[in-house]
Design a protein around this ligand. Sequence first.
Ligand code: G6P
Length: 367
Amino acid sequence: EVAEKGGYPDFMLKEIHEQPRVIRDTLAGRLVGGRLQIDELDLSPEELNLIDRVCVIACGTSLHAGLVAKELIEGWARIPTEVEAASEFRYRNPIVTPSTLVVAVSQSGETADTLAAIRDARVKGARVFGITNVLGSPVARESDGVIYTKANKEIAVASTKSFLGQVTSLCLLALLLAQAKGKLRMNQIRMLFGELADTAEQVEWVLGREEAVREAAEACVGATSALFVGRGMGAAIAREGALKLKEISYLHAEAYPAGEMKHGPIALIDEGFPVIAVATRGPVYDKVVSNMQESRARGARVIAIATEGDEDIRAHADHVIYIPKVRDAFSAITASVPLQLLARRIAVLRGCDVDQPRNLAKSVTVE
Ligand code: G6P
């Protein structure tokens, strides 16, 4: 087992460090002659162009990749996109028509609720695309087309590299839809693809700077609860950050859109309460900073995930974890990594088994 962990103390850390490779492999061969190609989806540009709605269905971490996808698909392809837990979708007679594209995201490709939702969507006439990590899995078999995430086998129960593979794949899908809808010009798509590919190196940069994460983790270890906040893409990233922390450290964590704090969660804040803010430079940066100030004024210990070079943020945070500057659309890739490291570090400090958290299973094949 020591050999399998490749010198890392646990599988989770090993898998976190594999993420640059996952991004590269997921993107390999996708830009051919300047055009995006995802042949396995098997839809002509004309058929893609008819899609007027997207529903992403998934569970757990995969559901959070779906939240990221909503931002990307709506932002680039301008197609209304809903994201729903498969366990809800399957029981509520959702509105799905033949012009709806259902995207089922599942690392294992065998989650019972996700499969039931796929079947339901297909009965209603929707096209279903699967995004999965497991070759020939039920999700792959039962979908009309599939993108494989190239994460390779993930052993730690809490998903990390699969999540990044999913987000990378969903970036590709969003670009493909934008290409089919004519919402982005070819040169824009090429530029975005290039920036997406650059995230592999940027993730490497983040992985090389764990010291700041360690300090922030030490500040959280004695807490009983933590709040993760962000806006827009940052809100989606916050959701995944909070889930990671709950899963492996058993510390209660909640994610909230930062602008909603004043409608409830701010009441939780007292001296030393950890607030983890996704405060990267982007369209809502100033708004998030003002939420950080509000939290600090009430005694919160604020940890900011911020953009490299942003020295101003230090005035509003107790701890700053920097990530490289990327376009907001790709911040889900870069900003998720320090949150994975933070959750793991806190769990280790609390003496938890990070690879095998209590009560959780790697795949949930029964309801
Ligand atoms: C379980 C796992 C999670 C995973 C979720 C969905 O809860 O512990 O890590 O995100 O199932 O699994 P899937 O294989 O469908 O992505």
